[in-house]
Design a protein around this ligand. Structure first.
Ligand code: NAP
Length: 296
């Protein structure tokens, strides 16, 4: 593969292979790492994500229990299920697949997960620790991005790093990860969003540009400088009658015009997505290991 391509698919597979050994070690001590998943409704993207997470867990030797609920389910029942997972010794990580239907309070739901089982890293306690630079579960997509950059020797230290998007699951935690006073961090971070004036002014200054907006191919070649490193988090479906499924997946970055100017770039698919799954498995194994260390 072209060495300009930051290949998250291959690295994600490598990480998943290495996790198998850690799972075997845990099993030899009588512990099988377990992930409890809650899926509400039948949002097609969520169903696909949950299926692929389950499959990836099984391949790594991680045990999964998935509780599926109709979209009309009430909050109380979901909270009860989370509590069951909280109290289940076989479960080391709990994942509530987002988005939840509008009548269910997302923030309240995520707070119900025990922080030590919060392998998605969305609990306020874990996000607070992340901000303070303390050891914690880091949300999987930002963690996967940093691991990908490390693997390819892309050090953000001192670099103008522009993050497009300020969501709680990508932009905000990533910005916090990259401004820490430690190795593989120390970046100078700018976070842009829909109220940012003149986005191009910022994107053109970026040494590292991370796009997480969910807007198909809006970052074009003339918006970036030569030599930029581009991490494209976006996963957008665009209709394509010639594609087998009738659509294809594209990022927030127009690959054809940005690639020639970039020093390195993640493809979509095959960049950030596979790293996110690998980090979910990694956080689940880490949770099981730390439980053993604590003697539980
Ligand atoms: P989100 O919650 O919808 O947040 C999008 C962010 O982008 C918001 O902060 C929004 O600004 C900003 N934004 C939207 N349009 C913009 C524009 N034209 N100019 C500047 N900023 C703009 O999305 P998310 O959950 O973070 O996901 C973002 C994308 O990443 C989606 O395509 C999603 O599918 C993908 N994703 C991929 C992975 C993976 O593993 N590959 C994981 C998670 C998400 P405001 O705050 O002002 O509204």
């Amino acid at each position: 593969m072209n060495n300009k391509i930051l290949d998250g698919k291959t690295l994600g597979m490598k990480i998943r292979e290495s996790l198998k050994e850690r799972v075997e070690q845990l099993k030899s001590k009588g512990v099988t790492p377990g992930l409890g998943v809650i899926l509400v409704g039948e949002n097609p993207a969520s169903v696909i994500y949950v299926n692929s997470k389950e499959k990836a867990c099984q391949k790594a030797g991680i045990f999964t229990i998935t509780r599926r609920f109709p979209a009309e389910i009430d909050e109380k029942t979901i909270f009860q299920k989370i509590d069951e997972f909280n109290n289940d010794d076989r479960i080391h990580g709990i994942l509530v697949q987002l988005p939840l239907p509008p009548h269910i309070n997302e923030a309240k739901t995520l707070r119900k997960i025990l922080p030590e089982k919060d392998v998605d890293g969305f609990h306020p306690m874990n996000l607070g620790k992340l901000m303070l630079g303390e050891e914690t579960f880091v949300p999987c997509t930002p963690l996967g991005i940093v691991e990908l950059m490390k693997y390819y020797g892309i050090n953000p230290e001192g670099k103008n790093t522009v993050i497009l998007g300020r969501s709680n699951i990508v932009g905000k935690p990533l910005a916090n990860l990259l401004i820490q006073k430690r190795e593989w961090s120390n970046a100078t971070v700018t976070v842009c969003h829909t109220k940012t004036e003149n986005i191009t002014k910022h994107t053109k200054k970026a040494d590292i540009l991370i796009a997480a907006m969910g807007r198909a191919e809006i970052i074009k070649g003339d918006m970036v400088k030569r030599g930029v490193v581009v991490i494209d988090v976006g996963q957008n479906k665009v209709i394509d009658p010639e594609a087998k499924k009738g659509y294809r997946l594209v990022g927030d970055v127009e690959f054809s015009s940005v690639f020639p100017k970039a020093k390195a770039i993640t493809p979509v698919p095959g960049g950030v997505g596979p790293m996110t799954i690998a980090m979910l498995l990694s956080n689940t194994v880490k949770s099981a290991e730390s439980k053993i260390e604590k003697g539980g």
